[in-house]
Design a binder for this molecule. Structure first.
Ligand SMILES: Cc1cc2nc3c(=O)[nH]c(=O)nc-3n(C[C@H](O)[C@H](O)[C@H](O)COP(=O)(O)OP(=O)(O)OC[C@H]3O[C@@H](n4cnc5c(N)ncnc54)[C@H](O)[C@@H]3O)c2cc1C
Length: 371
């Protein structure tokens, strides 16, 4: 199948990764992205040893590390600010960091450049409005009126994937969890050499994402999914931090710019059953969207892309490749979605408290397994 022409719908983290992995193997890759500005919101992301391994496999590790900041531990704090544990993270690529904090824009810039270098084309402001799979190929109609035919299509169009809607109109829909996450960038604290995670009904933490930059996140209960207007967001985020331990409370006073606050209600989705139909497959958040409690959503999308390219290169038919790919992915994607949700539910008081150090250790064990 190495000659296959593949359309990737969605040029986010998962779409760009699979584009790099396929391009490096000689597949012909075209991408479409609905956002004409290809914008990314300006906060960062936590990535763990499995992503460092993935970037190594993709041959882009140094570029990626240069765009973020590496660290080797997760510090767990009690709600009152006492440090409970320093959990070492396993290294999967020797001589390189175990974890990385990276700005989302910085990550996209690296992936986009490498996807283009691997031969992928990207058309912005375009959607696929219709997919006709006749068994030998997929004819695609685009929102600009053009049409094209591909051997395979990959839907990497995120939580509200329209490709999923076209493939599986009755599939379950994303569900709100009852929590929201607030994020705000700050100058990096001197000495912040780990992810600092605070336990408690309001989860919070500090993530280094550059030599001089870190972000603060706060996970709050948001029953009824309230709407927060842009004006007043900084005050709303400060209100969530009223009972924060001293280190975080001191930072909270500096949350003053409404435009700098990024708020998102949390949602999750796990698609039981197939993630593919005929010549079309879905990856990343389109089929397994996790809450961020273990910092692994993007990691799972990235791994999906690498494994899918491997199987497409090895198997004789798309169906065999998609089936083998999903079989390799379900256990760990399900684990991440379920265990992340457990932490969120415990923060909401819906189940007994989760030992966060144990949860982080369990996650590290799972993601260290071979892909
Ligand atoms: C608050 C929060 C914090 C998070 N923190 C972390 C973290 O620290 N670490 C981590 O690993 N993960 C984290 N995640 C999860 C991570 O962001 C996602 O799992 C990851 O972005 C999924 O990648 P994706 O490519 O599947 O989807 P996306 O990144 O959402 O990309 C989808 C792309 O498809 C495009 N698109 C959508 N519809 C169409 C269409 N119809 N046609 C064409 N293009 C389309 C979109 O514009 C977008 O560019 C977090 C998530 C949230 C909500």
């Amino acid at each position: 199948m190495q000659q296959a022409r593949i359309l990737i719908i969605g040029a986010g983290i998962g779409g760009l990764t699979v584009a790099i992995a396929l391009g490096r193997r000689g597949f012909g890759v075209s991408m479409i992205e609905c956002d004409p500005d290809w914008s990314v919101y300006g906060v960062g992301i936590i990535q763990q040893s499995n992503v460092i391994r993935a970037m190594h496999v993709l041959g882009i590790l140094q570029d990626y590390l240069d765009a973020g900041v590496g660290f080797d531990h997760v510090d767990i704090f009690a709600p009152d600010g006492r440090r409970l544990a320093r959990v070492p993270s396993p290294k999967l690529v020797p001589e390189h960091p175990a974890n990385v904090g990276i700005g989302r824009r910085a990550l996209q810039a690296v992936l986009a450049r490498r996807a283009r270098e691997a031969g992928a084309t990207v058309r912005l402001g375009i959607e696929a409005t219709r997919l006709d799979d006749d068994g030998n190929g997929v004819s695609v109609q685009f929102s600009d009126g053009s049409t094209a035919r591909y051997d395979l299509v990959i839907g990497a169009d995120g939580l509200y994937s329209t490709t999923r809607g076209m493939l599986f109109p009755d599939a379950r829909q994303p569900e709100l969890t009852g929590q929201g996450v607030w994020r705000y960038n700050f100058p990096r604290e001197p000495g912040l050499d780990a992810l600092a995670a605070y336990e408690g009904p309001i989860g919070m933490g500090l993530v280094p994402i550059g030599a001089e930059l870190m972000y603060l996140y706060v996970t709050s209960p948001e029953p009824g999914n309230p709407r927060y207007p842009r004006e007043g967001l900084a005050q709303a985020m400060r209100d969530k931090l009223k009972r924060a331990p001293p280190r975080i409370a001191a930072l909270a006073a500096g949350i003053t710019d409404d435009a700098g606050v990024v708020y998102k209600p949390l949602e999750w989705l796990y698609l039981d059953g197939p993630w593919h139909k005929g010549r079309v497959a879905l990856l990343g958040d389109a089929v397994h969207a996790t809450t961020p409690h273990l910092g692994q959503g993007a990691g799972m999308a990235i791994e999906d892309g690498i494994v899918l390219a491997e199987e497409l290169a090895q198997q004789a038919t798309p169906q065999a490749a998609f089936t083998a790919w999903q079989a390799r992915r379900v256990e760990r994607c399900r684990y991440i979605v379920d265990h992340s949700k457990l932490i969120g539910d415990s923060q909401l008081g819906l189940r007994p408290p989760v030992d966060q150090s144990a949860a982080v250790r369990g996650m590290f064990e799972m993601i260290a397994r071979p892909l």
